[in-house]
Design a protein around this ligand. Structure first.
Ligand code: SF4
Length: 180
């Protein structure tokens, strides 16, 4: 089974799952738009040579349906991470919310969470997060000199200013967010 590839997959039935649990989903695999010096994950692309790792819509629906079905406690977290999940584009997450609402059991409460490097955030992303009460984690390593020493783009340029723009947008749209 390969979740996150372009192939259609069948996911294991989580019949033996505990009543409540937390899964992190990485819909763009290890793909990222930056190149942090300490990243342990980018190199995982080599495990799937010649494949573009993107979760298909069919897999998305199966994943969320099974996640909601498997929970025996009312609170369910749908957590997105990467690589960089914004590379999946906003429509993918609009669909994720739609699917979650479709399969939500009576009495279930869903918390959507999203960990991002913040580079691609714009008004549209932040409006979406606000509308659906996402909890967003923004990756920041500290003040500029520390952040830029490690969190660099593919041209080895620091990303501090771009991440601060994302921070400002999250704040302006009153999105619930924290800093990792
Ligand atoms: S943001 Fe940095 S640490 Fe995270 S996946 Fe991208 S390169 Fe790796």
């Amino acid at each position: 089974m390969k979740v996150g590839s372009n192939r259609s997959v069948s996911l294991p039935v989580l019949k033996d799952a505990p009543p409540g649990f937390h899964l992190l989903s990485k819909p763009s695999g290890s793909t990222c738009n930056i190149n942090c010096t300490y990243c342990f994950f980018l190199s995982k692309e080599a495990l799937y040579p010649n494949e573009k790792s993107r979760m298909m819509n069919e897999t998305l629906e199966t994943y969320i349906r099974q996640l909601l079905e498997s929970h025996k406690v009312p609170q369910v977290t749908i957590a997105w991470q990467g690589g960089e999940p914004t590379l999946m584009r906003l429509d993918f997450f609009r669909l994720a919310v739609e699917i979650a609402n479709k399969y939500k059991k009576p009495g279930q409460e869903i918390l959507h969470t999203f960990q991002t490097n913040g580079i691609l955030l714009d008004d549209e992303w932040c409006e979406f997060f606000k509308e659906h009460n996402f909890l967003v984690g923004l990756s920041v390593d500290g003040p500029r000199e520390i952040h830029d020493a490690y969190r660099q783009d593919r041209a080895a340029k620091g990303t501090f200013d771009r991440v601060m723009q994302g921070w400002e947008l999250l704040r302006r749209h009153e999105v619930d967010f924290n800093i990792l």
